[in-house]
Design a protein around this ligand. Structure first.
Ligand SMILES: [Zn+2]
Length: 309
């Protein structure tokens, strides 16, 4: 477990120094069943090819965020057919093959060094945060990251998460009927909501793993401090549409076992407000997902587009 085949010395050092403690920490926090799922996924889907350079992240089609550390996903359908999206929010897609990977760079790590500062080795914190994104991809029957990929495929956002401005711009460029414009805008808002939910889940796991290793994250490091709600509404004036993008940290007051069950089955427990988003979630539950390595996914591409998120 905890592979790293990149060039950053600090990563090699921190991972090998902590490998034993890390196994113990994940076993304790996840419990036997989920720990074995992750262990298995780690063996099956991560190898040398899973660790990519910054150039790979920049080729994703969205606006490049600059040097970064990130978990990423290539997704491709066996039959080259785009996802068919209906204005009610439902969609149909061919079975989707997904391959996970990571981008780590010295510059990207520098960005987080300040946030980890004095309380934790930045290389270890950076690696574990991205690895924890992989953990959720491994344990969720419908990965939350898959939902992000599907919406990205349908609306092709300028960036993830899209901002209020991005949505307005996207709507202005659409030539379809008003009903479909509303559906696409609601889905773009849902993409922001899912992105923040995805970070909330990962932060929940980060905190618990860091504590097992003896590091206590200061409040200033957290995107979601326990008693704070992140409440945003996106307003799309041209459609007279208000999309709630609210993420509440309700996890911090729940028992860890209950949290893990909820995070594993996130698509069943999530309450969504807009009918378009509800229908999207229903379609999502029946989508067919195949997991494989990043190399295998890219090999399937054969000259056609691989969606990289
Ligand atoms: Zn993250």
């Amino acid at each position: 477990m905890f592979p790293y085949f990149g060039e950053l010395e600090e990563f090699h050092r921190e991972i090998s120094r902590n490998r034993k403690a890390l196994k113990r920490a994940y076993d304790r926090v996840l419990g036997g069943r989920l720990f074995h799922l992750v262990e298995e996924a780690d063996q099956l889907y991560l190898n040398e090819g899973s660790f990519r350079s910054q150039k790979f992240a920049d080729s994703g089609g969205q606006e490049s965020p600059g040097p970064t550390s990130k978990f990423l996903m290539a997704a491709v359908t066996e039959v080259p057919k785009p996802t068919v999206f209906h204005p009610d929010g439902s969609f149909e897609s061919e079975p989707v093959f997904m391959g996970p990977g990571f981008v780590f760079s010295q510059e990207g790590m520098g960005k987080y060094a300040q946030s980890y500062g004095q309380w934790m080795p930045p290389a270890l914190g950076t690696y574990l945060h991205e690895y924890n994104h992989f953990v959720f991809w491994a344990i969720q029957s419908v990965p939350l990251y898959f939902a992000i990929c599907v919406i990205a495929d349908i609306i092709r956002p300028k960036r993830i998460p899209p901002t209020e401005n991005d949505i307005e711009e996207m709507v202005a460029a659409l030539t379809c009927e008003r009903e479909e414009k509303i559906a696409r805008a609601a889905l773009a808002g849902h993409l922001s909501f899912l992105h923040w939910t995805y970070e909330l889940h990962t932060e929940w796991l980060d905190i618990r793993i860091f504590r097992q290793l003896g590091y206590e994250p200061p409040r200033s490091h957290l995107i979601f401090p326990p008693d704070q709600a992140r409440m945003v509404h996106y307003h799309v004036p041209s459609l007279n549409l208000l999309i709630p993008v609210a993420v509440r940290n309700s996890l911090s007051s729940m028992k860890p076992e209950k949290c893990l069950l909820r995070l594993e089955q996130w698509h069943r427990s999530m309450s969504v407000s807009h009918p378009v988003q509800r229908r999207f979630m229903e379609s999502l539950a029946s989508a067919k997902i195949r997991r494989q390595t990043l190399d295998e996914t890219i090999a399937m591409q054969q000259g056609r587009e691989t969606l990289l998120v």
